[in-house]
Design a protein around this ligand. Structure first.
Ligand SMILES: Nc1ncnc2c1ncn2[C@@H]1O[C@H](COP(=O)(O)OP(=O)(O)OP(=O)(O)O)[C@@H](O)[C@H]1O
Ligand SMILES: [Mg+2]
Length: 344
């Protein structure tokens, strides 16, 4: 519920940047606070479950842990608020309200000005649903594409390209000194979740008696992800008939991680080729890799090699992939002139 002004003398509008992600959502506030949660929202299934979990609603890791007692939602599948189900819309609303509550202090009097970053291509669909979701909590809202937020945060505003490798999507955005239009952006649906599924399939095929789930597979990936030549054998413990057993997953990890490369390369080359020929060389030397998938070992080198066939190239990986979208959105929220904002 929107808080009414209490008429306190000091009333400060809380300015925030929010990165709504498929797997993780992050918020960065002007008061210096930063928080993130896994993008899960769960409601207790019945009154027993309500008693067990002790809360009317759970978020993030806590929701995952209690998943058996909850109706669990991951409302931003593929970065879009899933259409058709009221519960997904409600889950997004609750997630945003939760994120805001995590950074709010007593001095902030309920007024929020938010820039929300969402994946590039689903931009239009999202805007309306998002406005609905945020209107209870924010008085002014601006929705931007996530790669644009990242670009703004690292000041790559002219002749640069951001590649944001997330869970649900890889988002591309070319910056050329103005607010990017739809033509400057692309979304590809094979990203981190896809790698997880591939790895799961490969492991199931090779080790039919091993007992694992998608969550374990994702953790293997996050610890050992790489592209190209392995540093050494990768071995993990997976139970077989209840007994922890060492399994070699070196080759499976490589194949799974490399499965997203063709689409990334294709979109990168295509976006650059479409750009003004005089500036293509400059863009190739100004590519920024963001998102959790930017951590895959060897990814930046691989892309650099491919692009080098076209001319000199340089790829920078953002320092803090978890918050680079939210930080950029916050920077935008602070700088954006008034007429860009939507009053809610
Ligand atoms: N070290 C790592 N190696 C490979 N993948 C990783 C690593 N760390 C995190 N990831 C993956 O990055 C993804 C999460 O990244 P990010 O938080 O940028 O995505 P998101 O914003 O939730 O998704 P999207 O942008 O698609 O909505 C997950 O698939 C996660 O498993
Ligand atoms: Mg993201």
């Amino acid at each position: 519920m929107a808080k009414k002004s209490t008429g306190k003398a000091v009333e400060e509008k809380l300015v925030v940047g929010i990165d709504l992600g498929t797997s993780r959502s992050a918020i960065s506030a002007i008061n210096g606070r930063k928080k993130w949660v896994e993008s899960y929202v769960g409601w207790p299934k019945d009154f027993i479950a309500r008693k067990v979990v002790g809360e009317p609603i759970l978020f993030g890791e806590e929701a995952i842990q209690h998943r058996l007692s909850l109706d669990l939602y991951r409302p931003l599948k593929n970065g879009v608020i899933k259409e058709g189900t009221a519960r997904d819309e409600e889950a997004v609303k609750e997630l945003i309200s939760h994120l805001i509550s995590l950074v709010q202090t007593k001095r902030d009097d309920g007024k929020v000005r938010a820039v929300v970053g969402v994946p590039a291509e689903s931009f239009k669909v999202n805007k309306v649903a998002l406005k609905k979701a945020v209107s209870e909590y924010a008085d002014s809202l601006l929705v931007v594409s996530e790669p644009f937020a990242v670009a703004y945060g690292v000041n790559a505003l002219d002749n640069a390209m951001v590649i944001d490798v997330g869970a649900g999507t890889v988002d591309f955005c070319i910056m050329h000194g103005t607010v990017p239009s739809e033509e400057d952006q692309r979304t590809v649906l094979t990203a981190g979740d896809y790698i997880d599924q591939q790895l799961y399939n490969f492991l199931e095929e090779r080790y039919p008696h091993a007992d694992f789930n998608l969550n374990m597979v994702r953790k293997f990936k996050e610890e050992y992800s790489y592209i190209g030549e392995p540093d050494g054998a990768i071995k993990v413990d997976i139970p077989v008939d209840g007994k922890p057993t060492s399994h070699d997953i070196t080759e499976e990890i490589r194949r799974a991680c490399e499965s997203i490369l063709p689409a990334i390369v294709e979109s990168t080359l295509e976006l650059i080729a479409k750009f003004d020929p005089e500036y293509q060389d400059i863009i190739r030397k100004n590519i920024i890799l963001a998102g959790g998938g930017s951590q895959i070992e060897g990814l930046a080198d691989y892309l650099k090699n491919v692009l080098s066939e076209y001319g000199p190239s340089k790829i920078t990986v953002v320092k803090d992939p978890l918050f680079s979208g939210a930080d950029g959105a916050l920077a935008l929220a602070q700088d954006m002139p008034d007429d860009y904002w939507t009053d809610l």
